[in-house]
Design a protein around this ligand. Structure first.
Ligand SMILES: [Zn+2]
Length: 441
């Protein structure tokens, strides 16, 4: 859900560093500051210029293109020795020029070979050093290259296990028209599989792909064998009251069911293990132990989180039975390390919903809503080392940066950035956190 996303505006004002906009109306306007020295240094893809000053200053910075330049205006400042600028060049910086602006201000123009991402900050006096204006020029080309290389390193897809509930001798619930839950769940599962397959960075796995019986533990086992990052178990509710309607989303509870209905359902869904003759064995004791493990608490938290996203999307396409993610002791959710959710897509026992469940168009709509919820979740919390985790990358805007510059830096388009961050204009604020979207090359 969007409200959870962090669009907080943070300021970069740590330690002795003062971000430019917050700086300094400190200097007395009457007394002119002087640039005493200029130092140039270079690391792999960053050129740093340090201007030694005799007092605090107010400065601004902007870029000019064709040819590439960075312009720094320092208020009420002079350059004492014009000889200082002569040696200022390296592989990126082809020259440094100065001039006087508004009679009192110092303008410094840096001529550059490539587009750069400039960053500037003022350091306060400390130890043997006085005020220093630091200007970092990051070569946009080399950053893009590094980022691309990182992208190409071993990244994997997020694996989504889709479990069509019931099957074979276990038909699940049935509706008045004779619709069987096991058929509906398989149809939706296949539709979900097809659309996830097309989603970049995600790989679907069908736990059941035919009309045969599978034990619940076998399903969990299969999901784990495929190293699933998420398990979605699909079901279609039935209830004594045929008016009951809407979708519900469940995550595992530590202490079993969180409501009477949930307990009732848990019994019903779990009983399919007995139908297939596979009794719940002592593994339950092991599971009970694992339940106490903190890692499971984390898994449950993730399950609730993804469940929340999916429920939010289901709300958009229809009615929900329970407005919050429910927690129950469903066996199919009992993976200690795989976030798992169980969806009761609708009530097969409600004649109106039964007709909907049979409709391929509605099944497709449901599958799409599930995918939206899942992709929203992974856009925030993709496991490290996955393609989707690139989505979790955040960039904090610094002084002088533009949307186009940041886009170039990460090899995405300005439009990608605007879409990913729901920006309505190109204007950025210093300290603004931007989500860097995943794009397919
Ligand atoms: Zn079911």
């Amino acid at each position: 859900m969007a409200n959870r996303r962090n669009f907080l505006k943070k300021f970069v004002g740590m330690g002795g560093i003062v971000a430019a906009p917050m700086m300094a109306r400190v200097a007395e306007a009457s007394q002119k500051a002087s640039v005493q020295n200029i130092r140039l240094s270079q690391s792999s893809n960053r050129t740093r210029l340090v201007f030694d000053l005799d007092r605090s200053i107010d400065h601004s910075l902007f870029r000019l293109h064709n040819p590439e330049r960075v312009v720094v205006d320092i208020k009420n400042t002079q350059l004492l020795d014009s000889g200082l600028v002569e040696q200022m060049h390296n592989s990126l910086l082809t020259g440094l020029r100065t001039g006087v602006r508004n009679k009192t201000d110092l303008r410094i123009v840096l001529d550059l070979k490539n587009t750069v991402t400039p960053r500037s900050f003022l350091l306060r006096p400390e130890a043997n050093a006085g005020y220093r204006l630091v200007l970092d020029l990051e070569d946009s080309n080399s950053t893009a290259v590094t980022y691309k290389k990182k992208q190409k390193a071993k990244l994997r897809d997020v694996i989504v296990a889709i479990d069509a509930g019931h099957g074979g001798k276990d038909p699940g619930a049935s509706g008045h028209l004779g619709t069987r839950e096991k058929d509906i769940t398989l149809q939706i599962a296949r539709k979900l599989h097809a659309i996830i397959k097309k989603y970049p960075g995600m790989k679907p796995v069908l736990i059941r792909n035919g009309d045969y019986y599978m034990g619940l533990r076998e399903r969990v086992q299969k999901a784990r064998e495929h190293k699933a990052d998420l398990l979605i178990s699909l079901h279609a509710d039935a209830y004594r009251n045929t008016n009951a309607r809407g979708s519900s989303v469940y995550a595992l509870s530590v202490d079993g069911a969180s409501s009477e209905t949930a307990r009732w359902l848990a019994e019903k869904e779990n009983s399919s293990d007995l139908i297939g003759g596979v009794k719940l064995d002592n593994k339950d004791d092991m599971v009970a132990e694992v339940l106490l493990d903190l890692s499971l608490t984390g898994t449950i938290q993730s399950s609730l989180d993804v469940g929340d996203e999916v429920l939010g999307e289901l709300k958009r396409i229809g009615r929900v039975h329970k407005r919050r993610v429910q927690q129950a002791g469903f066996a199919v959710l009992k993976s200690p390390d795989v976030p798992s959710i169980l969806l009761e897509t609708a009530f097969i026992s409600n004649p109106r919903e039964e007709r909907k469940l049979r409709s391929p168009a509605h099944q497709h709509k449901t599958a799409k809503a599930i995918l939206r919820g899942v992709s929203d979740y992974f856009s925030r919390k993709a496991p490290p080392g996955t393609w989707l985790s690139l989505n979790n990358k955040e960039h904090t805007t610094i002084n002088g940066e533009t949307l186009a510059g940041i886009a170039k830096q990460y090899d995405v388009t300005s439009m990608d950035l605007k879409m990913a961050n729901r920006l309505t204009s190109d204007h950025l604020q210093v300290g603004q956190a931007l989500r860097i979207p995943y794009t397919v090359a």
